[in-house]
Design a protein around this ligand. Structure first.
Ligand code: FAD
Ligand code: UDP
Length: 369
């Protein structure tokens, strides 16, 4: 094994970008992946001509031209614009929160009317600076939207009440006083034509890179540490340190996918169910990401669940308790000169894809020059 310069643990976006950059610099890289396929959570699989997002809806968006050009080397992107809708007990609302949402909810027509309504509802906070997700949401959009579109969806998604969650999570969503249903504010957005997996395949397709799937780092951690001069680790940072300071919290997911003998199930790629009675958080209908006209359709219901050892850790839960614990793990990581920790799990950050690419490129530049 000593012929390798790097061991990359995890074939998701972070690991693949690093491996690609290292190979271009003449380094020899071995990538190990515990799942039976490459690409981590952006993995897509073609079923009946439809690209199925196996680990949840993935829409690429960025305002950084360098990142957009980088990812476009590996795929052509379509013009898809994410405009999810919310279904609250059969009532349909546009997302993100914008004039269409305000009009449907309150009958207001002008931005001034909407602003006045939000200001009136925000008054319950008594001018207090928002300190948690509930207060942040009410401050941004008022109590009606909070109660119909945010409170129960968030509780389902994170397994905690909004009062116990950090405000930044809701600030991911734009609030607009225009009739614009685009979920993102970014300059560039789209879905790779033919799916995401090809991006990772092309990144890893290099004579200097060897890939081995179905291989868990923890099955032979000591041997890997002995055999490789440097390791890029994109798994869970607390697991790397054998949870010695305690467990970080994650959210896991369960997906139920069905093929339906109809051409159009819900008329949109993403529908969020924002009530508390519906067990799942959202349904995605994959063909709409690529404007597909197949005769059948494929849908996936997404259920959120508490992470337990052995589950896939899809989301870090970045509240104060966990961020503090992560800082302590990070201090241990900094003493581990042989290992670089990267990605959503290695850095315990609620990263989107463009941020993971940026972080991996930055890491590669620092490491490889
Ligand atoms: P991962 O993709 O998790 O890759 C890590 C890899 O390491 C995995 O393949 C894992 O199996 C492997 N691994 C872990 N431990 C070990 C081990 N011990 N041994 C060997 N291999 C190991 N981002 C967007 O920009 N837009 C979106 O619309 C979007 N939607 C999302 C929806 C959902 C439901 C989720 C969960 C995420 C979404 N994201 C989205 C975020 C996006 O998935 C991540 O930013 C990105 O995939 C993270 O890449 P990564 O390499 O850090 O992690
Ligand atoms: N959110 C909500 N209602 C919605 C959509 C989102 O309350 O209909 C909140 C919820 O707290 C969620 C957060 O906004 O966790 C961020 O949403 P995003 O769509 O960015 O989440 P992701 O796609 O990463 O799960």
């Amino acid at each position: 094994m000593s012929q390798y310069d790097y061991l990359v643990v995890g074939s998701g976006l972070f690991g693949a970008v690093f491996a690609h950059e290292a190979a271009l610099k003449g380094k020899k890289v071995k990538v190990i992946e515990k799942r039976g396929h490459i690409a981590g959570n952006i993995y897509t699989k073609e079923v009946q001509g439809i690209q199925v997002h196996e680990y949840g809806a993935h829409i690429f968006h960025t305002s950084d031209k360098e990142i957009w050009d980088y990812v476009n080397q590996f795929a052509d992107f379509n013009r898809y614009t994410n405009s999810p809708i919310a279904n609250y007990k059969g009532e349909i609302y546009n997302l993100p929160f914008n004039m269409n949402t305000f009009n449907k909810l309150w009958g207001v027509v002008t931005p001034e009317e909407a602003q006045a309504k939000i200001a009136e509802q925000r008054a319950v906070l008594g001018g207090k600076k928002p300190e948690n997700l509930e207060e942040q949401a009410i401050s941004l959009v008022g109590t009606d939207i909070y109660e119909k579109l945010i409170r129960d969806y968030t509780q389902k998604q994170w397994g905690k009440p909004c009062t116990e969650l950090p405000a930044f999570i809701i600030r991911r969503l734009p609030v607009r006083l225009t009739y614009d249903n685009n979920y993102f504010n970014d300059t560039y957005q789209g879905i790779p034509i033919g799916g995401y997996t090809q991006i990772i395949e092309k990144m890893l397709e290099h004579p200097n890179i060897d890939v081995q799937v179905n291989t868990d780092f923890f099955a032979a951690k000591k041997n890997y540490l002995a055999a490789f001069p440097k390791i890029i680790f994109t798994g869970m940072i607390d697991q790397f340190f054998d949870y010695q300071l305690g467990e970080l919290e994650y959210r896991s997911l369960r997906f139920e996918t069905e093929i339906l003998e109809k051409d159009n199930y819900q008329g949109n790629a993403v529908v969020n169910y924002t009530d508390s009675e519906t067990a799942y958080t959202r349904i995605i209908e994959h063909k709409h990401f690529e404007f597909g006209n197949q005769k059948d359709t494929i849908i996936t219901k997404e259920f959120s669940k508490t992470w337990q050892r052995g589950d896939e850790p899809y989301y870090p839960l970045n509240n104060d308790r966990n961020n503090h614990l992560y800082d302590n793990y990070k201090a241990l990581a900094e003493k581990e000169a042989q290992v670089i920790f990267g990605g959503r799990l290695g850095q315990y950050r609620y990263y989107d894809m463009h941020q993971v690419i940026a972080a991996a490129l930055q890491c590669a530049r620092k490491e490889l020059g």
